[in-house]
Design a protein around this ligand. Structure first.
Ligand SMILES: Nc1ncnc2c1ncn2[C@@H]1O[C@H](COP(=O)(O)OP(=O)(O)OP(=O)(O)O)[C@@H](O)[C@H]1O
Ligand SMILES: [Mg+2]
Length: 241
């Protein structure tokens, strides 16, 4: 099963390396331990993060698949490598927020942790060189990032992902405060959920205590980073009572 030939790297990002395979419709994602924050102003490593994030992402995407959401996951090759369907990534970072935090709090000068009356979907142009600026629907279409129908589909997808993952995490004692996803078009035109969903791309607060279980521990030097990532994996893989 693990006999897939891995060809040359085609892209090295902040958290993963992307490899081609002989099949033009398949890629291998290699999960690194590297961590960055604030658009690479802060860099470091979190020992063991790659294998943890791979398992977290696969478990969450399996949950989403079971709820009828199409993802790029094909199969796990080994602890750091995941076989995925290649997509043309839509250059939008799709964020869903259930509580105020992070850049939302900064941009609108509101304190963190205020529950939103309804989940909010935000779109950002996925472009590190320009600091991933916020875009509205019309700008995303005019700039050619996606069609109007795709922008609508992305927003529907994001809210469905939120509904499924909020319940999934809540059953494991974790509140899903916010998260970022990426989507792309497969060769057959299907819109697939791509990239990863992990403690790098979500805000996860322990229910009852508010303890941060995500990359904010790295961003804000809160300590216990490795142990917290391992705890998220254990909770995600646990079968709730
Ligand atoms: N199924 C897929 N097909 C094609 N590209 C993908 C797929 N899943 C994820 N990617 C892309 O692979 C790259 C993964 O690398 P990584 O997450 O380290 O990138 P990054 O440093 O966050 O940079 P950026 O996302 O801005 O390119 C990302 O560019 C992501 O958009
Ligand atoms: Mg990334």
């Amino acid at each position: 099963m693990n006999d897939i030939t891995i060809l040359a790297p085609i892209y090295e990002g902040k958290a993963k390396v992307v490899f081609a395979t002989p099949d033009p419709e398949l890629l291998v994602l290699h999960f690194k331990d590297d961590a960055t924050a604030f658009n690479r102003q802060k860099v470091g490593t979190i020992a063991g993060k790659g294998p943890i994030n791979l398992r977290v992402a696969v478990r969450l995407m399996r949950e989403l698949e079971a709820a009828g959401i199409a993802t790029h996951v094909v199969r796990v090759l080994d602890e750091r490598r995941l076989l995925v369907r290649k997509v043309a990534i839509i250059p939008l970072e799709i964020v869903v927020r259930n509580r105020t935090a992070g850049t939302f709090s900064k941009r609108y000068a509101v304190e963190e942790g205020i529950a939103l009356a309804a989940p909010l979907v935000e779109l950002f142009w996925k472009d590190d060189a320009h600091g991933d600026p916020l875009v509205n629907d019309a700008a995303a279409v005019l700039l050619g990032f996606a069609t109007a129908a795709e922008v609508t589909a992305i927003q529907v997808l994001a809210l469905r992902v939120n509904t499924v993952l909020r319940a999934f995490f809540a059953a494991r004692g974790i509140e899903l405060v916010d998260f970022k996803i990426e989507a792309g078009r497969a060769a057959d035109g299907a819109l697939l959920l791509a990239d990863e969903i992990s403690a790098d791309s979500c805000r996860l607060w322990e229910i009852g205590t508010g303890r941060k279980l995500d990359k904010d521990r790295f961003r804000r030097d809160l300590g216990d980073i490795e142990a917290t990532y391992a705890e998220v994996l254990a909770r995600v893989e646990a079968v709730p009572a």
